[in-house]
Design a protein around this ligand. Structure first.
Ligand SMILES: N[C@@H](CCC(=O)N[C@@H](CS)C(=O)NCC(=O)O)C(=O)O
Length: 255
């Protein structure tokens, strides 16, 4: 039998969740996709929103036990089910709470396919490279990613039907897209020399205005921009050498 001195500390009891809990922080655009649905459905009282820091952070043992991917957002249900991935969480919320608040259902198979296409473009081709706007990265890789982001924005400009992504009704693509546009709109003109993201992309600009005029849209945009402003105040783009890279004119930075 191990002596008291060498005995392992008893494992902490697994956390019990009284209500569905979304682990997320305000700046997270992937999390904002889920927060927007929560706000539009007026289910804030039914779903807790908590920072991963309450468990020690994204890479802590306690958080990794719930989401081995070490990413946010994560939705934990009272029965212990853990749902990572913003697309999965967003679909679950829209389905589970379909009778509450706004509906994200679209009326025809064609509109649903369109909505999925825009989500797919966002998830496959923009979200994986969005870090080029604010993370450490080798210069050529950053320049290539910025060019691809511009290409995807042009594509989306042609795909957005207006006033919402898929026409007259809001769909899940709206929840996915505008939080990422918030990053694009805040960062690219200020730090990459873009004149105006929407000047050459007027359909996206009109779409942005529609979302910004809605209380839930404005709330989410404020949450994200508040986080981005903190990054700016902390000198993130200088400290990471991003401004120095962008000063190198051998590469194209603005589109
Ligand atoms: N495919 C994932 C991406 C999640 C993701 O990358 N989340 C970011 C915040 S928006 C994150 O957790 N970053 C922390 C890290 O990369 O360590 C989703 O859609 O949920």
């Amino acid at each position: 039998m191990a002596s008291i001195a060498t005995q392992a500390a008893p494992a902490a009891a697994p956390r019990q969740f009284d209500k569905p809990t979304l682990f997320d922080v305000p700046i997270s655009n992937n999390g904002a996709r889920c927060r927007f649905i929560i706000y539009k459905k007026n289910i804030e009282r039914q779903i807790a929103i908590e920072s991963p820091m309450t468990l020690g952070g994204l890479k802590s043992e306690a958080y990794l036990a719930l989401n081995p991917l070490g990413l946010m957002p994560l939705l934990v249900l009272p029965d212990g089910t853990c749902l990572p991935e913003s697309e999965v969480i967003a679909s679950y919320l829209a389905d589970k709470y379909k009778d509450e608040g706004a509906s994200f259902d679209l009326p025809t198979p064609e509109l649903r396919a369109h909505d999925k296409l825009v989500q797919r473009i966002h998830d496959q081709y923009i979200a994986p490279i969005q870090g080029a706007m604010y993370k450490d990265m080798e210069i050529a890789q950053r320049a290539k990613a910025i060019e691809r982001i511009a290409f995807q924005l042009d594509l989306l400009n042609n795909l957005v039907k207006g006033p919402y992504v898929s026409g007259d009704q809001m769909g899940l693509a709206d929840a996915a897209l505008f939080p990422t546009l918030t990053f694009v709109r805040f960062i690219l003109p200020q730090f990459f020399g873009w004149k105006d993201v929407f000047e050459q992309r007027q359909q996206l600009g009109q779409y942005w205005a529609t979302i910004e005029s809605e209380p839930a849209g404005a709330k989410v945009i404020n949450e994200i921009e508040g986080g981005l402003q903190k990054w700016k105040d902390a000198g993130r783009w200088q400290e990471r050498g991003i401004l120095e890279q962008v000063a190198q004119k051998d590469y194209k930075w603005s589109y």
